[in-house]
Design a protein around this ligand. Structure first.
Ligand SMILES: [Zn+2]
Length: 872
């Protein structure tokens, strides 16, 4: 989002001074207005309403370009609060200036030159070349939507999804806003458009940012193209027949009017009346007292960085996440349907970007497929001046941005959410708009076509009633990535789910509370869709016994087992290390097991048998409470031991031992020696931390590296928190030598006490953590005859990889979990063994038709359970 990703970061003293003066000027001005209002005893409303729109002095502005900027240049300009228009690392940096700033900077940046003036921008907006009537305004867009709906009543439905601030202020009879009575319009495209069908949804949204009106033109272009192509083009017909396509051409109609009317062609934000004075404060130099940057206001990692709490900034992120009507409306639309992919259009820069954006080097768990589609889309879009095509990258690698629609849509909902930065300027000449829009259609259709390959989909239902279930679809190897913050769920109306995956074979679990989880191996292919419908059986409660021991097998008393997410059940182990849970519902749960002096186990765990063993490690490979110094750490910056704060002992580690941290720093504290993770089975990192870090863009980041050179993101800390245990499973690093470090970043504004870290431990387990599944040889059980369902005899086969040291039991249970018949219980020799169940219970009576479970267990620990249906 070259145009939209800017934080207000004063670093150049002169500019900082300039911006602060603007703020002070505004504050003084407001005070003056209030004083006059009070003195004259007239309502503030009346005093404010006499200030006409655009009465503020606006010195002429223009886009100026620095050629071959360094990364440092870029950081300096963003921190100084410049309005950054576009950035191409190493090539050019475009910033919005007025003449005095231009003259000031020209001395230090000889390459600085004007690329687009305000007069050019205004001319572009209205160009009548080639009989093209310029950009649509709100009313022409709305008229066209209504006309198209009348023309295509079976394919298209137009709805208002909410009001803007302008509409709300107008409803309050605030005269300044009477021409801003706007609604946000959404278009649904699909065959049987009046029905809510069992189909995946896609979105195209335009104009989060006011000065990017070609983004609205593009969404309108996509709309017209799809409508004209239906019934003519087989692909387009397929998209409309099998998906719901939602288009929001103009998310920010209030800001759009400011630009289209040429009140301020550089306006970017919405028209939120930040200072409550009932006037529209656009101010000069692009920064107005009013308005919120809508693409910094979404609620995923809101307020993190490259956004600011300064209302005057072009990247003001609002008072809180989703403080704005426009972002609330778009959020609610995305939550109301099963959206799987979408594009938000912006200008400019000629990029296809995908999440994450809030932080450097956060490689999303779905990055492989998100990148593949981004690259494919970018390759179809020629640049505005020709000769090459758009480029693609994760959003952060252009520059970090927090609170964007993409990060929220992906981070919260798992939607493949893209931003396309169109064109080479904010407002291309109107005469060039049709061609630029045309050039973007193929990419939009590639997004819609994504549902036809490398997709796992199906329905999840209750096996007994057939009712749809809202269940989790958990893909091993992707969803256990520590950065996975969303999980895929089937939607509640039809039980349908969709999951984009790279080509390959995956173990996929289907998990729903109160139901027995199912797990299937799924092959994802580039040539089509993999369909897996899943019927889950309601689980019957049973008695679960959990053993908690140390690696030598000794019981651990007083350990705490917590079932997270569900109903926060918590249990404690007795003197024998046992926890007995009656009426336990089998299923897959996120659990935590803790005991003072031992590692914390934090993981997703499936429970189906009546007995489980967990081993807690008490001998960390790395343990540092900072009591003896910092000899194990390599320090840059001010990191030091703290004597004022500690979780245990007398010391902790802190970034700023003598008070608040300083601005504009990047400092870190790194484990000197790597942790050897060769040939181990489980790795847990844990530590305690408390922090007070300014939410305006400062943070401490936890990173790891396998070579000590390139660092990857693990977690971040900002805001205020008391001492808390943090725990990370690092099994993805097994086989490597792992380095760890804490890095403190601060920008030029805001400061606080910083972070304290204590009792850093790395637990490395060479023993398996689950005896039943990993330490002992595991016999396998399979049904050896078909058909299944069976009517007469069920042939079973047990394959024992080596002699079993303890008895192996095979038994039949009914749906209620009651034992029907024990078939077998003895020590087994290595090899294959055949067994038959004749469909009779323990008293030789024929069993009723229905579902039965054949369970294989060893000394009360269930190893395997398969289901069968008896149908006579
Ligand atoms: Zn934008």
């Amino acid at each position: 989002m070259p145009s939209e990703q800017w934080g207000c970061r004063p670093a150049f003293p002169t500019v900082f001074f300039y911006l602060k003066n603007t703020w002070e000027y505004a504050m003084k001005y407001m005070l003056l207005v209030i004083m006059i209002a009070v003195i004259l005893a007239i309502p503030l409303f009346a005093a404010a309403s006499v200030i006409p729109l655009a009465a503020y002095p606006q010195s002429p502005r223009f886009v100026a370009r620095i050629v071959s900027p360094t990364a440092e240049n870029f950081t300096q300009f963003t921190r100084a609060g410049f309005d950054i228009c576009s950035y191409h690392p190493g090539e050019h940096l475009d910033i919005l200036l007025d003449d005095s700033l231009f003259q000031e900077l020209k001395a230090d940046y000889p390459s600085l030159h004007i690329t687009q003036t305000e007069a050019q921008l205004k001319a572009n907006l209205l160009s009548n070349e080639r009989d093209i009537p310029g950009y649509r305004n709100y009313q022409t867009m709305l008229d066209e939507l209504m006309q198209l709906q009348a023309q295509y009543p079976n394919l298209m439905q137009v709805t208002s999804i909410g009001n803007t601030w302008g509409a709300q202020y107008a409803a309050q009879q605030i005269s300044t806003y009477q021409d801003f009575d706007h609604q946000i319009w959404a278009v649904k495209l699909s065959n049987n458009v009046q029905m809510n069908e069992d189909e995946p949804a896609f979105y195209f949204v335009g104009e989060h940012h006011a000065r990017e009106p070609i983004s609205m033109e593009t969404v309108m272009g996509i709309l017209n193209h799809l409508l004209e192509g239906y019934g003519v083009d087989t692909s387009i017909t397929d998209y409309l027949n099998t998906s719901e396509i939602w288009l929001v051409p103009l998310l920010n109609p209030d800001g759009h009017k400011i630009v289209i009317d040429q009140t301020d062609v550089w306006w970017r934000k919405n028209l939120r009346d930040n200072n409550g004075n009932h006037a529209i404060n656009l101010d000069d130099y692009g920064n107005g007292a009013d308005g919120v940057d809508l693409n910094r206001n979404y609620g995923y990692k809101w307020g993190f960085q490259s956004a600011t709490d300064d209302p005057f900034s072009v990247t003001y992120h609002g008072t809180e996440a989703f403080s704005e009507l426009e972002t609330q409306v778009f959020r609610d639309l995305l939550l109301s349907r099963n959206f799987i992919a979408g594009i938000s259009y912006h200008t400019y820069g000629q990029y296809v970007l995908y999440p994450f954006g809030y932080q450097q080097n956060i490689i999303s768990p779905d990055a492989v497929e998100m990148h593949a589609l981004a690259g494919a889309m970018a390759a179809t879009i020629p640049t505005q001046s020709g000769g090459s095509h758009y480029s693609s990258m994760p959003s952060y690698s252009l520059y970090p941005v927090s609170g964007s629609s993409d990060d929220w849509a992906y981070g919260e909902k798992g939607i493949f959410a893209y931003t396309i930065e169109m064109a080479e300027e904010f407002i291309p000449p109107a005469a060039e708009v049709p061609e630029i829009v045309q050039n973007n259609l193929t990419a939009a259709k590639l997004l819609l076509a994504r549902k036809n390959s490398k997709l796992l989909k199906g329905h999840i239902t209750d096996a007994l009633t057939g009712e749809p279930l809202q269940a989790m679809i958990f893909v091993e190897g992707i969803d256990n990535n520590p950065l996975k913050t969303n999980q895929t769920y089937s939607e509640p109306v039809y039980g349908s789910y969709y999951r984009f995956l790279p080509e390959g074979t995956y173990q996929v679990q289907y998990i729903c509370p109160g139901y027995s989880a199912e797990s299937f191996s799924q092959s994802i292919v580039s040539t089509g869709v993999t369909i897996q419908d899943v019927a889950l059986l309601p689980a019957e409660p049973f008695s679960l016994q959990v053993h908690i021991s140390d690696p030598t097998g000794s019981a651990i008393a007083g350990a705490t087992l917590a079932f997270l997410d569900t109903e926060q059940f918590t249990y404690h182990s007795n003197e024998q290390g046992l926890i007995n849970i009656n009426n336990f519902l089998p299923g897959t749960y996120r659990i935590s097991i803790t005991c003072p002096g031992y590692e914390q186990l934090l993981r997703m765990e499936s429970f189906s048998g009546t007995s489980r063993t967990f081993i807690l490690n008490s001998n960390p490979q790395v343990a540092d409470g900072f009591e003896l110094g910092l000899t194990a750490w390599q320090i840059s910056g001010n990191w030091e031991r703290s004597t004022s704060q500690h979780y245990s002992g007398s010391y902790s580690l802190t970034d700023s031992p003598t008070g608040n941290y300083s601005n504009n720093q990047t400092s870190n504290c790194r484990l000197l020696q790597p942790v050897n993770l060769q040939g181990v089975l489980n790795v847990n990192l844990q530590f305690y931390a408390k922090h007070n870090i300014s939410l305006d863009g400062d943070y401490c980041m936890l990173q790891y590296s396998t070579n000590g050179v390139t660092w990857k993101y693990l977690d971040d800390f900002t805001g205020v928190s008391a001492w808390q245990l943090y725990s990370y499973n690092l099994n993805h690093l097994i086989g490597s030598n792992a380095y760890l470090r804490f890095t403190m970043y601060s920008n030029s504004s805001g400061s606080a006490d910083g972070i304290y870290i204590d009792d850093v431990k790395v637990f490395v387990t060479s023993h398996p953590t689950n005896l039943t599944e990993e330490l002992l040889p595991t016999p396998s059980l399979s049904i050896n005859s078909y058909p299944n369902p069976f009517s007469d005899k069920l042939n079973l086969e047990i394959d024992c990889p080596e002699n079993s040291k303890s008895p192996i039991a095979i038994a039949v249970y009914n749906l209620k979990g009651q034992l029907v018949r024990e078939l077998f219980s003895e020590v087994l020799a290595q090899g294959k063994h055949q067994l038959v169940w004749d469909g009779k219970d323990a008293s030789a009576q024929a069993c009723a038709n229905g579902m039965y479970f054949i369970k294989l267990s060893r000394t009360n620990e269930q190893i395997k359970s398969i289901k069968t249906i008896l149908l006579k």
